[in-house]
Write a protein that binds this ligand. Structure first.
Ligand code: AHM
Ligand code: MG
Length: 345
């Protein structure tokens, strides 16, 4: 199990995520009130999404676009709804100069009528949304960068296409049996659980540490025939004895990155989405660097784990484009190192 302990300042009282942010703001002179406001707005958007996700089977939100609800409005798929909520709320935060979403092809500008800040928010509004119709966990992933160019200039591609190590914050909200927020600002990884009776995320796990080595491997093995030999042998290795554990690992796979990563963070082990040759001329990973792999890599490293595309540290990869995809191996340090060692052979 991961080690997570309450910091002395929190002992004996229930800390909301807002209080936690303010406490960290005091500890870090680099943090500003604007940044705290940005996270506060993001948390509010997440609560609104959680409210709808929790009623997914009851509301008409599962239909595709084109349907009309009783108010005469178009019924939105839940991922489109989550995207709309995030854009609507966050463009009013006053902290952002632009956004980028998994659901939008291009950078999302902040309309002229709203005030702007230096931060850039990149998000996957509802990751794993193919699971929503069967009431399986989904999540919202976010990554926050700060622009490089001067505030008075228009945002340029280089402001957004920054490597993951430049993130100032990252995290996710897991809509599971309870709703959890897990985030880092580079000062450890902290998890909060939404108490629906008070509508607040309360600190449930301070300073999460991913176990050095786990006993679970997580991958879509249905893709085996699309992998190269080295990848297939590396994954198969977790079923044998010549691995860090010295005996077969257990296999778990939800198919929602947030859920699979969350389990990996708490229990240890490794999550993999390797390069595949489904399109033999263009082999690629599935997961997006900027809104999926990089934020999870920041969390993994802050918790003492590792994240690689097989050869490169995920946080060092400079994105060529907004929606560039990468292979991903992420989790316990020893398990990820084992994979890197094998793939390099
Ligand atoms: P999505 O962003 O379109 O939901 O796709 C990303 C999801 C991840 O949550 C998950 O790890 C992966 O796709 C599962 O893919 P597969 O169904 O190919 O195993
Ligand atoms: Mg996704």
């Amino acid at each position: 199990m991961s080690s997570a302990s309450a910091a002395p300042a929190y002992q004996g009282r229930q800390i909301t995520v807002t209080e936690h942010l303010l406490l960290h703001q005091k500890q870090s002179p680099a943090a500003t009130g604007i940044f705290t406001r940005l996270l506060y707005d993001l948390i509010l958007a997440a609560k609104l999404i959680a409210r709808s996700v929790n009623k997914a089977g009851l509301l008409d939100v599962l239909g595709g676009t084109g349907e009309v609800n009783v108010q005469g409005e178009n019924v939105q798929k839940l991922d489109e709804y989550a995207n709309r909520i995030l854009i609507h709320r966050m463009q009013r935060s006053g902290a952002l100069c632009c956004m980028a979403s998994e659901e939008n092809a291009d950078i999302i500008p902040i309309p002229e009528r709203f005030s702007k800040g230096d931060y850039i928010l990149i998000f996957d509004p509802l990751d794993g949304s193919s699971n929503i119709d069967v009431n399986i966990n989904v999540g919202t992933i976010f990554s926050i960068l700060r622009r490089n160019s001067p505030a008075e200039q228009d945002v340029v591609a280089d402001d957004v296409l920054q490597p993951g190590y430049k993130q100032v914050a990252a995290g996710y909200v897991l809509y599971g049996p309870s709703t959890m927020l897990v985030y880092t600002t580079g000062q450890g990884v902290h998890a909060f659980t939404l108490d629906p009776s008070v509508g607040e995320f309360l600190l449930s796990h301070a300073d999460l540490r991913i176990p050095e080595q786990g006993k679970i491997y997580s991958v879509n093995e249905g893709n085996t025939s699309f992998w190269d030999e080295a990848t297939a042998l590396t994954v198969a290795n977790f079923k044998g004895k010549a691995n860090p554990r010295g005996k077969p690992y257990t296999h778990r796979y939800v198919g929602s990155l947030v859920a699979d990563f969350h389990r990996t963070l708490f229990y240890g082990g490794i999550f993999m989405y390797p390069l595949d040759y489904k399109n033999p001329e263009h082999p690629k990973g599935k997961l997006r660097l900027m809104c999926e792999a990089a934020p999870m890599a920041f969390l993994a490293e802050q918790a003492g784990g590792l994240a690689t595309d097989g050869t490169r540290r995920i946080l060092d990869i400079v994105p060529e484009s907004l929606h560039v995809r990468v292979p991903l191996y992420i989790g316990s340090r020893k398990d990820v190192e084992h994979v890197m060692g094998r793939l390099r052979q």
